[in-house]
Design a protein around this ligand. Sequence first.
Ligand code: ADP
Ligand code: GLC
Length: 478
Amino acid sequence: MRILLASSEVYPYSKTGGLADMVGALGKALARKGHEVGIVTPLYAGVRKRFPTLTPLRQPLDLPLGTGLATAQVYCLRPAERLTIYFVDQPRFFERPGLYQENGRDYPDNAERFIFFSKAVAQLVLALPSKLDLLHLHDWQPGLAAVLLKDELKRAGQGSGPRICVTIHNLAFQGVFPADKFPLTNLPWDFFTPDGVEFYKQLNCLKAAMVYSDVITTVEIMTEELGCGLDGLLRKRHSALYGILNGVDYEEWNPMSDPALSSPFSVDDLGAKAANKLALQEEFNLPPRADIPLFGNVGRLAEQKGVDILLRALEETAELNFQFVLLGSGETRFEQAYEDLARRFPGRIAVKIGFDEALSHRIEAGSDFFLMPSRFEPCGLNQMYGLRYGAIPIVRTTGGLDDTVIDIKEDAEHANGIKFIEYSSKALAKGIRKALALYGEPPLLAYYRKNAMKADFSWERTTTEYLKVYQGNATADP
Ligand code: ADP
Ligand code: GLC
């Protein structure tokens, strides 16, 4: 098939979270299976410097944007056979320090930026020399491309165009903007209705994708918890809706060949995992002690991730003997709360505020346990990385966390993590206590670790499921 993925972030070019990992890995996996794959994404600051072999497409795309005009110069990169990355260049919109925000504040022109990006996606589909079979949009940022492309093809009398699939990675982000941004789409107002792109008198970019795509997928095996105001639409489109769990790119996340680690390790050589732990304790200025259990956490500091209960649980367990390291960035109030905690518990709690890809790998490698107490988690990749790196995940039973981690109560033979149900610091603290008890039983801990490191979330299965959806052969969830 000829497939084009569209995403506002793609690893290794840009990343704020799991979306980037997922799209980068899906593109690679599809190309490996013999499909001709493109990924279209904005050209953010610094990409050109890191990837100097970008070549421009001959014709720039001139795009109307309301009453104005904006040009998208598209640059191509071929990182692998059958895989092309198309970078949409418009310095006015994308040459900035952040992808979506700066200092915790969304850019005020995000509507313009991503309406422009959606237009570039739709026009690129039409400009590509060979006809596409499938356009796969990810999250709200390229969402309007579904309706823009359909409208364009209809007006040109050009038939149906490629099948369109949208994947919802996080329903909490929908790209909702005031109605006065709608004219930037240059679509007729007929589309601005509750059956179209309107959502309580506002423009909703994710809804646009959900209404105008042929098929919708989510990254968790479906539960009825989904919603965020779009429940009605999800029910209406139930027959076109599928849940597909993400995979892990085991080329990037392999403790035996990870360039971020000084001591590579495997399930048969856990001695080297212990060396990673000591190195991590040193990196965080904690006493390098093999006997003290080390808990890690990496992530966006947002309500979704359960920051409030984790902060409280760490206070509530202050008398217990363990260390905790965190790498994260996000809401200022949470960044400050963690920094305060680290100041109050020196030698026990250490935090780094920022975004650091290599350090995130070292935390997975060096931690005994990986904490992920999310309030909600559509899929979650960090707990799967934790499993592969032998950091036993402690997770709340929500979304993908519940789907990927096995508690001893569910299946003693395959147990590889610790789960708690209630969203409270008390329930989480109980999970931490269970982890400490497990740490006190080395043979059982080794058994968990083995199970964890052997759990397989490779892209093979995920890609097969996407291909079924692309080809219209998938069976809907009950
Ligand atoms: P989400 O997409 O909701 O943020 P996931 O668990 O799916 O959650 O993916 C998060 C990804 O982003 C992981 O690869 C994680 O390591 C990475 N990540 C998040 N915050 C940071 C950070 N501060 N530094 C480095 N990597 C981070
Ligand atoms: C979103 C979700 C996360 C998921 C990721 C990749 O950011 O919050 O749970 O793993 O997308 O699909």
